[in-house]
Ligand binder design. Sequence first.
Ligand code: FAD
Ligand code: NAD
Length: 467
Amino acid sequence: MKKYDVVVIGSGPGGYVAAIRCAQLGKKVAIIEKYDTLGGTCANVGCIPSKALLDSSEHFHNAETKFEAHGIGLSNLKVDFKQMVARKDDVVKGTVAGVSYLMGKNKIDVLQGVGSFKNATQIVVTPDKGDPETIETEKTIIATGSKPSSLPGIEIDKKRIITSTEALNLTGIPKKLILIGGGVIGLELGSVYARLGTEITVIEYMDSIIATMDKSLGKELQRTLKKIGFKFNLSHKVTGAVTKGNGVVVSAKNKKGEAVEFEADYCLMAVGRKPYTDGLGLENAGVEVDKRGMIATNDQLETNVAGIYAIGDVVKGAMLAHKAEEEGVFVAESIVGQKPHINYNLIPGVIYTWPEVAAVGQTEEQLKEAGIAYKSGSFQFRASGRARASMDLDGFVKILADKETDEILGVHMIGPRAADMIAEGVVAMEYRASAEDIARFCHAHPTFTEAIKEAALGCTADRAIHA
Ligand code: FAD
Ligand code: NAD
């Protein structure tokens, strides 16, 4: 029987990063993946393919709506959707090949198959072809990720009632698409199709979209998405969805409690994701899950069974690739006796619509609820020279700082390249910077980052220069 120091189950951003860090720290490592490509949800059917289609559709949208103003004439502009999807597939292929390369480079054994605990130290790997193999390990890291959730009584048939996975692989551009849920997945994939001409209808239970983020971001995002044709039905609880001919009918209860119906070619179920532990044989190892099916861990991300850890989407916290990666490194370093640390308050959240949305730290609503006295400075992109040059006038940066100490408590932005710019907020907050610190750093001109400096200046009355 093959013996390892560490076996990682699942090769998403949590699992493969954990495997690499364990190998770097001198451990003999194997990684088990049930699919024949590595990289998990993120690389195969999540972050990477969605961003590839977002980029392609944004190019088309710009060509259609902005090029003329730039003095660029186009005739016969059209979408070759097949090519758009093929390019996305190539991006995925390259990314998953990169993960395989990294496994080889770090001398990590890759075992294709479903990993299932036989007991706390032995795992059976059942490949697609060939016989199951049992391996022995000292430590195990469970990184089996998540799957899309549904709603009671709604069966995802993957044909008309679809998840993000099918939405990334449609064979044509739908005329009408319903998004069940106005969260991250719905709004990103809805943006792809809205830009290509699909009529998008959002049905959202809460009274705002992206409801867990600072309220001001959802309001501005809704305003900008309306401009590309999104129709919003907030405070609507979806109660059912059925296929009808070549389409789908979604039923919901509106704010007044009245039954309403919506029809479209497809409906995308985007009401969250649930931890995935099917086939893992947790019961054979005695590993406990909580009420929501998440693997329960302590602060060291160790389960109730010594030597078995869990990370990423399968444990509590934000279901984000970079959170999973941080946890992968954290567990690897803990295993060798180091004292790593993750600041969960400073995991940035990003939505890759256009304008992009990005945030770190506490929202205004959270500060109010906690009774923390704060001040706020904000800056609109329409006052930025860089944003005027690129015709990206929507959005703003908002910085929240402690009223007394000026320490930054939250950075919230919606605007061009917010996804990349949020890193400045993370660095500032990791070093417990004050708003004045950011206001005094030199920011290159003309850049979108000047909006961050101006928002920081705005935390002190009458200090903003360009607002
Ligand atoms: P996963 O990436 O889900 O990987 C788990 C792996 O384990 C899978 O490959 C699975 O096949 C394997 N596995 C499961 N059970 C077994 C078993 N028993 N044996 C062997 N293998 C097994 N996050 C971001 O931060 N940024 C984004 O832009 C972003 N975009 C997204 C877009 C979409 C459409 C979706 C669906 C998600 C997106 N996410 C994004 C979320 C991100 O994909 C997840 O948070 C991340 O992939 C979680 O990583 P993980 O390692 O925990 O699990
Ligand atoms: P989400 O939690 O972002 O949004 C789900 C939405 O569905 C919520 O707004 C919720 O109020 C709504 N909802 C729930 N029940 C409903 C009902 N009965 N009727 C109408 N609306 C209802 O979930 P998601 O969009 O499915 O994304 C899943 C996960 O994937 C997220 O946790 C996210 O972190 C991750 N993800 C991240 C990115 C990114 O980082 N850019 C991109 C895609 C996905």
